[in-house]
Design a protein around this ligand. Structure first.
Ligand code: UD1
Length: 432
């Protein structure tokens, strides 16, 4: 487990009752080892009473991130209305986290609280946040034990958003505004927001990796060094669907909030295409209803629930004619959130607002994904080429230097390991 001291955690100069001695003489190599152990211990002890609130914490990315937060030693409060997730995910989260702590003899697995409510239910959310706060006799909120909020809960299907834009704006925008208002009331101002590569819109098709600077909200203006005038810029006119626009507007709202009040610390994470599942096979991508993302559909072909994969467009300007995406293993993506939370808590988020791409930094075509799943599963995946899907772009690949440099985060997994982990889960659940 990586460890660091955050601004709100005890400094190593304050001794705890820990049996580990903090060195007072010039550092030798073994002292440095002790130093790291000591810091780990202090951080672990501090986090035993700290909570991270995760909306949408039973969903595909939310459940994997909840595991990573628990591994970092924080308790987790999950808010999820189960609209696109399943209760089984809770068992998966708890089992993976407990197994992790079984190998750490002097540590206990942190707690998980599940609240089966919609994050838009203001009354229920206020009651929940009150239960984590201490109040003065006059009812004024004094302190919360929640040290960070990760906000996943949102609708995310591109094609559906074109058919039902109001539903998307109501949930993703109205919901966000109300939620931030409540967080403000409770002074919970460390927030990680799920955004998407979809905000780059058709700029993605320019053929170069997408940099965060290609789409900047007001609070990040004037802080870029690479000559903004030379960079293509997106704006909401280039975005190809309401889902992407809802994320762009969400970013703009958060940016305005940070400009209005410097005590906010907000990190926006722009996800590319998350795939795979935890290597244990205990968590996965199990959307309700008919799936629309590529890997869940491919998986249904592998399990025999579908005859073939409809490939949307074989006439893009790519080597095999199918669209290119940046597929990132969901476990890498989950670690991106804990890296962002660490940066926020250490006060490293410049001017309180920063965006990061979370992608692998390389692209694969839809047919390459099919080949990778065929190789991992040993099953033939029949494909039908059909016309392009509304709202799709030709290619979308991330530039990942900023996350590497500023968050110290990079991917470890590959498309092949993502397919291997999916097949492992299918075998564990007797689906193939
Ligand atoms: C989009 C966003 C992504 C976001 C995701 C949320 C862009 C560039 N990316 O992903 O940031 O996280 O929505 O849902 O807007 N495909 C098929 N057949 C299928 C399903 C998909 O050919 O049955 C193709 C699509 O046309 C696309 C690729 O596979 O070219 C990936 O599609 P999908 O998994 O749905 O994700 P995006 O739409 O790229």
């Amino acid at each position: 487990m990586s460890a660091f001291l955050s601004s709100s955690e005890s400094s190593p100069k304050f001794r705890s009752s820990s049996p580990i001695n903090y060195p007072s003489t010039p550092a030798t190599e073994s002292d440095l080892v002790l130093d790291a152990d000591y810091i780990n211990e202090v951080v672990y002890n501090a986090r035993r009473n700290q909570y991270v609130l995760v909306t949408g914490g039973l969903g595909f990315i939310g459940s994997h991130t909840s595991v990573d937060i628990l591994k970092e030693g924080y308790n987790v409060i999950i808010v999820d209305d189960l609209s696109n997730s399943r209760m089984d995910a809770l068992d998966g989260i708890l089992t993976i986290a407990n197994r992790y702590y079984e190998d750490l003899p002097h540590r206990k697995c942190p707690k998980v609280e599940l609240h089966n409510i919609c994050y838009r239910n203001s009354e229920a959310m206020r009651a929940l946040l009150e239960s984590h706060s201490t109040t003065s006799p006059s009812g004024e909120i004094k302190q919360s034990n929640i040290v960070g909020v990760i906000h996943f809960a949102a609708y995310k299907a591109v094609e559906e958003s074109i058919r039902k834009p109001l539903q998307y704006y109501r949930n993703n925008i109205n919901g966000l505004v109300d939620f931030m208002t409540i967080l403000d009331e409770f002074s919970l101002k460390t927030v990680i927001f799920s955004s998407s590569a979809a905000i780059y819109g058709s700029l993605a098709d320019a053929g170069v990796p997408l940099s965060e600077e290609n789409c900047i909200q007001q609070s990040e203006q004037g802080r870029e060094q690479s000559g903004l005038e030379n960079l293509p810029q997106s704006g909401c006119t280039d975005i190809t669907n309401p889902y992407g626009r809802s994320k762009y507007f969400g970013e703009a709202i958060l940016s305005d909030l940070c400009l209005s009040d410097p005590s906010w610390n907000i990190v926006v994470l722009r996800y590319f295409n998350p795939v795979g599942c935890d290597a244990s096979g205990l968590l996965g991508e199990d959307p309700r209803g008919i799936p629309s993302n590529l890997l869940p559909v491919v998986t249904q072909v592998v399990t025999g629930q579908r005859q073939s994969l409809k490939v949307f467009g074989g006439d893009w300007s790519t080597a095999d004619g199918t669209a290119i995406r940046d597929f990132i293993h969901v476990s890498d993506l989950a670690r991106g959130h804990t890296a962002a939370l660490a940066a926020c808590r250490r006060g490293l988020v410049k001017d309180g607002y920063r965006t990061y791409n979370l992608g692998a930094g390389r692209g694969n075509t839809v047919l390459e994904v099919v080949n990778a799943m065929e190789a991992a599963s040993g099953c033939k995946i029949p494909v039908d080429l059909v016309p392009r899907r509304a709202g799709d772009v030709e290619r979308s690949v991330a530039a990942v230097d900023r996350a590497r440099q500023e968050l110290g985060w990079e991917t470890k997994e590959t498309l092949a390991s993502a397919c291997r982990d999916i097949v492992n889960r299918l075998q564990m659940t007797n689906s193939i």
